[in-house]
Design a protein around this ligand. Structure first.
Ligand code: NCD
Length: 307
């Protein structure tokens, strides 16, 4: 279904596609967890080019390829490549594309960069985050995590909280969820950080029910999932960050007030918005979520290469 294709936006996926990828990820997870050493990507090469910082997305793609028996080449930090001499990311990608990798994974601060990279490269390009725009593989692992916890996605009430304006996980997750029946989305953020118009337009077109809130207090008990995100400091003006810093914090003491605590997800990294004392709660699933990223990315590599 994905063979030879670029993966640029979560809007590319139908419900069937997502369910298929979940099945593939589940099968791979079981094989890895039973100790099997997979070798299906032998001789294949994944190239990771991150022009913006990353821990989980970069490393889980690399681990995923290695767990499939393939090889990884990483662009490395700016100082060691010709970026330091002023080469454009486009020229770097064009060059590496010529070396014949099987997949190129890119992250860049410019919205639309992944689509541009896909135009330049013959190799399938995966968007690992393009500015505030999208992060489709994160959305897939988020939905996979929700599916693993609840055994379904239909009918769930999902709160998304934090920086909904500059956070690219929010747009992609909203698009992915819009494929499922009777999902309700509760956007919780300071007014200045409400979701961008283009996201709400897609939800309207797809007849997804959503509501906007400024504080979580009134909705927490209604939610099945609360997806917390950090302020995207690097995408806002310093005054804006200082003004909004600390405007929402999910802590153990805060959650204790409620009779029902939703499953807590976070794409990570967390900064101050989700305090570490929450980690002991059984609802805190964000490290499992990060681990699910490994299996979902294995599934994506398998399908894009066509293994
Ligand atoms: C997210 C990202 O890069 O958009 N991180 C990730 O990939 N897990 C979220 C973030 O940086 O806030």
């Amino acid at each position: 279904m994905l063979k030879g294709q670029d993966l640029i936006s979560a809007l590319q996926f139908s419900r069937g596609d997502i369910e298929y990828l979940i099945r593939v990820a589940e099968e791979l997870r079981k094989r890895v967890e039973s100790g099997e050493r997979l070798d299906i990507a032998r001789g294949r090469v994944l190239f990771t080019a991150f022009f913006e910082p990353s821990t989980r997305t970069r490393l889980s793609f690399q681990f995923a390829m290695i767990r499939l028996g393939g090889t990884v080449v990483d662009l490395g930090p700016e100082e060691v490549s010709s970026m330091a001499k002023g080469e454009s990311p486009e020229d770097t990608l064009r060059t590496v594309d010529g070396y014949g990798p099987d997949i190129i994974v890119v992250r860049h601060r410019e919205p639309g960069f992944a689509a541009k990279a896909a135009q330049i490269c013959k190799t399938p390009v995966v968007n690992a985050g393009d500015g505030y725009n999208e992060h489709p593989t994160q959305a897939l692992l988020d939905v996979y995590t929700i599916w693993r916890v609840f055994g379904r996605v239909d009918g769930l009430r999902v709160g998304m909280m934090g920086d909904l304006k500059y956070g690219r996980t929010i747009s992609s997750l909203s698009y992915a969820l819009s494929n499922f029946r009777d999902v309700e989305i509760y956007f919780i953020s300071p007014k200045e950080l409400q979701p961008r118009e283009e996201i709400l337009r897609v939800l309207d077109q797809r007849r997804v029910r959503y509501e906007l809130y400024e504080k979580p207090d009134d909705v927490i008990e209604k939610l099945d999932v609360l997806y917390v995100t950090r302020l995207q400091k690097e995408r806002m003006k310093p005054e804006e960050y200082e003004r909004l810093k600390g405007s929402y914090i999910i802590s153990y003491d805060y959650l204790k007030k409620f009779s029902k605590i939703p499953v807590l997800l976070h794409p990570l990294p967390r900064v101050w918005e989700l305090t570490p004392d929450v980690d002991i709660l059984p609802q805190a699933m964000y490290f499992e979520q990060a681990r699910n990223g490994l299996y979902m990315r294995m599934a994506l590599i398998k399908e894009i290469i066509g293994l």
